[in-house]
Write a protein that binds this ligand. Structure first.
Ligand code: AP5
Ligand code: MG
Length: 215
């Protein structure tokens, strides 16, 4: 299974990816997580990416594409992958097509998770993320067993710098302007599966599996 998770910030891409990894036994490639790891390690890539991330803007295409190319060359992607947060622009999608052609691979499905903007703001403002393993929680909708600690690895939970209301609004605008056109791009290839992203995390997971013919 080679799939892309498409959807606005806070639509639950990362949350669903965690469940899909277990179900399909394939890795998640999250460009947001890769950038946050680079920021944490204070690499040159991280310093550059942070300037854009803090404003809710997209990191320039050439930077993202180079990073994804490196990641896709790793052997674990041979059995399949879940792309989360990439591609996010038409040029990124075109580069992905080229990249996969060279690796003799193709995308099987693009799952579009639809969540209204007001719900996005509610979800993101209560999100907590594990410093250590990037697992996501929500202070109301998906609480950790022990407040402030990750259930999976015991890591500290923190609030992302870009999870503030003004930055969330910029990220939403960027999504509608630059990323939403990918629905048409992949629609023309007959790959898009629409999933309504409201309901419990398990309900949405079930709908995604159904859409993929894997329920
Ligand atoms: P990225 O990390 O990809 O952020 P995003 O797309 O804004 O999406 P999020 O991670 O915020 O949301 P999500 O859909 O994963 O939702 P989650 O599962 O956490 O990108 C960050 C930045 O990096 C970008 O702004 C950009 O600067 C840069 N970047 C990354 N990729 C790039 C690219 N390709 N090109 C250029 N720049 C790039 O869920 C959200 C919350 O809701 C959680 O608290 C969760 O517990 C809760 N929740 C989930 N599902 C439900 C549910 N069903 N009901 C109630 N609550 C729920
Ligand atoms: Mg995410």
């Amino acid at each position: 299974m080679r799939m892309i998770l498409l959807g606005p910030p806070g639509s639950g891409k990362g949350t669903q990816a965690q469940k899909l990894i277990e179900h399909f036994k394939i890795p998640q490639v999250s460009t947001g997580d890769l950038f946050r790891a680079a920021v944490k390690n204070q690499t040159a890539l991280g310093k550059k990416a942070k300037e854009y991330m803090d404003k809710g803007a997209l990191v320039p295409d050439e930077v993202v594409i180079g990073m994804v190319e490196e990641r896709m060359k790793q052997p674990d992607t041979k059995k399949g992958f879940i792309l989360d947060g990439f591609p996010r622009t038409i040029p990124q999608a075109q580069s992905l097509d080229k990249m996969l052609d060279q690796l003799k691979m193709k995308v099987d499905a693009v799952v579009e998770v639809e969540v209204p903007d007001a719900e996005v703001v509610r979800r993101i403002s209560g999100r907590r993320t594990c410093q250590n393993c990037s697992a996501m929680y929500h202070v109301e909708f998906n609480k950790p067993k022990v407040a402030g600690k990750c259930d999976k690895c015991g890591g500290e939970l923190y609030q992302r710098d870009d999870d503030q209301e003004d930055v969330i609004k910029s990220r939403l605008k960027v999504y509608h302007d630059q990323t939403a056109p990918l629905v048409e791009y992949y629609g023309k290839k007959g790959l898009v599966k629409n999933v309504a992203g409201q309901g419990s995390i398990d309900e949405i997971f079930h709908k995604i599996k159904q859409a993929l013919g894997a329920a």
